[in-house]
Design a protein around this ligand. Structure first.
Ligand code: FAD
Length: 531
């Protein structure tokens, strides 16, 4: 099989044109090309032109002769097999692994261990996806009280259940875990186009079904998934984790305890810290969510092709290195999406974004973030980064009048240094609503200054970004976890606490759905290899 890279075609090309382009790249006659398969399709929207850039797999007669005839500049090579080698357990099960958290990390770790016959017990502080969805949408849209155990951060599927479900990541994947994960996601109900899109996404509407399917498979293999089962304590003796204690006082003992708790389970980090579990401070980012009309973004990036059904709503990405010595960047951009309340503690406001599969809402939104370093934290405490997030989240709540509305400001007013009094042409999508104010009164000066400096820089590459009516909603604080729990490079146990496997985003080894799921697999593999 040969792999052809960067085969460019116009947006409205036909299937015949794709085949013709492959024949030309390969310099073969049509009857020599036995089979042509799309491996990946990216949208190339640089330098004012929009086209599709394909990676193709071709089966041809006499492959080595075809390759020899091509000159070295041709982007053709023998396709590498991308097979994920499943780890065989070193021996049979002795006791059941305990997995804390059913985010992508916990779920895929659980699925792998369940398929190996190890019947894992998954413990989740939040509710099952359906009940959780009722709590979350009730809080956003129907005035229901905020539920500190069932929200956008906590519950089946973890933090990514109410998201755009973007599945791209920059992690290295020599073991081919990612293609395997995509296959499992499709088996569980994700759209098949995630196989070929260079920037695949699932959307909240489908994610809820996907996580439910994975749970059902774990249970069908003898595993157990317990909801509203918060781990409130652990048993550690002589540097060995022996078990976990649930909020109802019951203890579950085990000799392989995986914590895939995400970045928001602050009470759990505090509990682990009290037990002397080693942790390190880690940089993260703080910012605001910015909303533009999606049509403006589409036109800016796709020009005359804006709105073409093959392109869908345009995503964007930017990085701006500023004179403050800091970097502003886009985070978790959601085309055709909504800004959502993503807090997990009462009396706080946190923003993030989500989309459905169709990405059909009228606004585009993205985190507009600035890097924050451990030296910015107040005090030497290892949890000082969490304290900083919490202060800002409480400030956002107070700034908007203490009702769970979010503080918001127009970009033009933000630049002019004045409070906003109402929306312009862009209606904010945040629910339960926004209060117009001056965000800079609560933001650290270096964040405000970096955002200010970044705006004209971003405008150069993304025309319309500096729109005066663009809405800024505050604050975005949960970009990643402010701590890392160190682990042994080989066994992946926490250094200093045996039988304890910190994993995923909360432990500092992932930043997104796919990287967290891949880390869950990595931990399952290590357990199966060494246990
Ligand atoms: C609104 C939003 C949108 C996002 N959009 C995207 C996106 O489009 N693409 C992307 O790649 N990433 C996105 N992310 C980030 C992504 O969701 C996370 O990186 C990912 O979910 C991390 O996976 P995880 O399994 O490590 O942790 P989590 O998904 O956070 O899961 C941790 C789970 O552990 C449970 N838990 C915590 N403590 C305990 C305890 N003590 N006892 C029992 N259970 C516990 C929690 O309830 C939670 O369900 C988004 C995040 C949010 C909040």
């Amino acid at each position: 099989m040969l792999q052809l890279s960067q085969v460019l075609l116009p947006v409205d090309h036909t299937d015949a044109a794709l085949r013709q382009a492959a024949l030309e790249v390969l310099k073969v006659k049509t009857d020599q090309l036995k089979h042509l398969h799309i491996k990946q399709r990216a949208i190339d929207a640089r330098r004012g032109h929009v086209s599709f850039s394909y990676t193709l797999l071709a089966e041809v007669d006499d492959e080595s002769r075809v390759l020899q005839q091509l000159d070295k500049t041709a982007r053709v090579q023998v396709a590498e097999p991308e097979e994920y080698q499943l780890t065989r357990p070193a021996h049979g099960i002795s006791d059941r692994p305990i997995i804390v958290g059913t985010g992508p990390c916990g779920l895929f770790c659980g699925l792998m261990l369940a398929r190996a016959g190890w019947k894992p017990i998954l413990l989740e502080r939040g509710k099952a996806a359906g009940d959780r969805a009722r709590d979350v949408t009730g809080f956003w849209n129907r005035g229901w009280a905020f539920n500190a155990e069932s929200n956008v951060q906590f519950g089946e599927g973890g933090a990514g259940t109410f998201s755009d479900g973007k599945l791209y990541t920059q992690i290295r994947d020599r073991e081919h875990r990612i293609p395997w994960l995509l296959k499992e996601l499709v088996k569980a109900g994700a759209p098949e186009d995630i196989f070929i899109k260079a920037r695949p996404h699932i959307g909240t509407d489908r994610l809820i079904k996907v996580v439910r399917h994975i749970r059902e498979e774990i249970i069908s293999l003898g595993g157990e998934v317990r909801f509203e089962a918060k781990v409130s304590d652990v048993v550690i003796e002589d540097g060995i984790m022996r078990g976990v204690v649930l909020a109802d006082g019951s203890t579950i003992e085990g000799s392989r305890i995986i914590f895939g708790i995400g970045h928001s389970s602050r009470d759990t980090f505090e509990m682990l810290h009290r037990h002397g579990v080693p942790m390190e401070r880690k940089p993260f980012s703080i910012g605001v969510r910015i909303e533009h009309p999606q049509k403006l973004i589409d036109t800016s990036l796709y020009g005359r092709w804006a709105g073409h059904e093959r392109l869908g709503s345009a995503p964007y990405k930017f990085v701006a290195h500023c004179g403050t010595g800091r970097t502003a960047y886009s985070f978790c951009m959601c085309p055709g999406g909504l800004v959502v309340a993503a807090n997990s503690e009462p009396g706080t406001v946190v923003t993030n974004g989500m989309s459905s599969y169709a990405r059909a809402e009228s606004n585009a939104n993205a985190g507009f973030m600035v890097d924050v370093r451990p030296e910015d934290f107040v005090g030497d405490d290892v949890l000082a980064g969490i304290a900083m997030q919490r202060r800002l989240e409480k400030a956002a709540f107070d700034l908007a009048g203490g009702t769970y509305a979010a503080p918001a400001q127009l970009l033009g007013d933000f630049l002019a240094g004045k409070a906003s009094t109402g929306p312009g042409k862009v209606q904010p999508s945040y629910k339960p609503g926004v209060v117009w104010t001056d965000l800079t009164t609560a933001l650290p000066d270096y964040i405000t200054e970096t955002l200010h400096q970044a705006i004209p820089r971003i405008e150069k590459g993304l025309r319309g970004f500096a729109l005066e009516d663009a809405v800024l909603t505050g604050f975005e604080t949960r970009s990643s976890c402010p701590v890392r729990i160190p682990r042994d490079a080989e066994t992946l146990e926490c250094t200093g606490v045996k039988h304890f496997y910190p994993a995923g985003e909360g432990a500092g080894y992932a930043g997104g759905i796919i990287s967290a799921a891949a880390d869950g697999l990595r931990v399952a593999e290590a357990i199966l290899r060494h246990a």
